[in-house]
Design a protein around this ligand. Structure first.
Ligand code: SAM
Length: 392
């Protein structure tokens, strides 16, 4: 191992590391990437994580630490800081190669400080080497505050392209009726564009300015507005239909959103809510107890994780009638697609609550990766298309 001297700012020697029979070790820091290839060649099992925090924040933290510990002269630290942003981008790009996992974890987990980095508890397995480039799904509640809103745009792009999504939307569009209406939580704007192509008059509303900008870029000539499901930019009884897909799962007060839907619809108008019951995903696994715990943890981390199965009650409570529930359970064989729901963020949460051990988290991660590679991964989410009418 290299011996680095802070004062000299260079390598001043080397030493031999003996694992003393320990099966694993942790190498952390800027130079950790240098030893990954050697470890792989030596057959040392391991995971490689790239933590990619904001350059400014990292510079501020490093500066405070280095000054407090008198590691280097302040002028040198300031000079370094100026070049830090570009250098950090180079390090991350260099380290983000196959087999590494770009960990973009901004934690909102119970007991964790906000900000980048792993939860403040040793031994947690966060991402386990999967290509997990997606943030915690719970951050869909406020995409603009996420470290990188583009990550969520990218996730929606992948969902849009899936045949399962196309089928799901066929089911929901068939229940809308005609006329003018709104897609609430319109994301990239695909639903607005598709409904317009079917002859409906549609506009989209999304809480995120970044999403609205992306929707406008992708769908020129369509109407998208920044707005809130709880306070829609529409008058009382103005609309013929109301559509919202995968949004109520992120709402902490779905009843209030449904009341707003009721307000903007005309008598006889149609409402369609499309959502998951994230608690009810079926997963093929050799570790059913741990998998169940992780699924529950993922679901509980969302504002309204059981939204899909709750939607009928939500609509009835708002005054809607003739409620119909159409379940839809597509088959997913690509772990990358379902990773944000399983095992994804639930791995860390379930470890924090003590529901699973670090070893179980590692086993689930390895299983998802293995099943993805050998074609045996199987996850079946429970989706619901729930439609109703405002009394005429
Ligand atoms: C999972 S995405 C679904 C996007 C789109 N409906 C789709 O299915 O592709 C959730 C969307 O809801 C938006 N959102 C979250 N909370 C919202 C709120 N209170 N009002 C309006 N939009 C909201 C997010 O910004 C995000 O674009």
């Amino acid at each position: 191992m290299p011996v680095y001297e802070y004062g000299a700012d260079r390598r001043v020697g080397s030493s031999t590391l003996s694992l003393g029979g320990s099966p694993v070790f942790v190498a952390e820091g800027l130079f950790a990437d240098r030893i990954v290839a050697d470890c792989e060649r030596a057959g040392v099992p391991g995971e490689a994580l790239v933590l990619a925090p904001s350059a400014a924040r990292t510079f501020a933290r490093r500066f405070a630490r280095d000054v407090a510990e008198s590691r280097k002269a302040v002028p040198l630290l300031l000079r370094r800081g100026c070049g830090y942003g570009a250098a950090a981008a180079r390090w991350c790009a260099g380290a983000s190669r196959p087999g590494w996992c770009a960990a973009r974890w901004r934690s909102r987990l119970p007991g964790c400080a906000p900000g980048w980095g792993a939860p403040d508890k040793s031994g947690l397995v966060l991402t386990g080497g999967m290509e997990n480039t997606y943030e915690n799904l719970a951050e869909f509640t406020d995409v603009d505050q996420a470290a990188d809103p583009a990550v969520f745009v990218d996730l929606l792009q992948r969902l849009d392209a899936m045949p399962q999504t196309v089928r799901l939307r066929e089911l929901s569009y068939a229940r809308l009726g005609t006329g003018r209406g709104v897609d609430v939580g319109s994301g990239r704007g695909t639903v607005v564009a598709q409904l317009t192509a079917r002859g409906l008059t549609a506009f989209g509303v999304d809480l995120s300015a970044a999403m609205v900008a992306e929707a406008e870029r992708l769908n020129p000539g369509h109407d998208f507005r920044v707005g809130d499901a709880y306070a829609l930019p529409a008058g009382d009884g103005e609309l013929d239909w109301y559509h919202s897909e995968r949004v109520y799962i992120h709402l902490d007060d779905p009843d209030r959103a449904a009341a707003e839907a009721y307000r903007v619809l005309r008598p006889g108008g149609r409402v369609v809510l499309v959502d998951l019951d994230s608690d009810a995903m079926s997963v093929a696994t050799d570790h059913p107890r741990a998998a169940r715990a992780v699924l529950a943890a993922s679901s509980d981390n969302l504002a309204n994780g059981r939204s899909g199965v709750r939607a009928a009650d939500t609509l009835r409570a708002a005054g809607f009638v003739d409620v119909e529930v159409q379940p839809y359970s597509p088959v997913h064989t690509d772990p990358e697609v379902v990773w944000p729901l399983y095992p994804g963020p639930g791995l860390a949460i379930a470890q924090q609550t003590g529901a699973i051990t670090a070893a179980e988290a590692e086993a689930l991660t390895a299983e998802a990766r293995r099943r993805g590679a050998d074609g045996t991964f199987l996850a079946v989410p429970a989706l619901f298309v729930v439609s109703a009418g405002k009394p005429a």
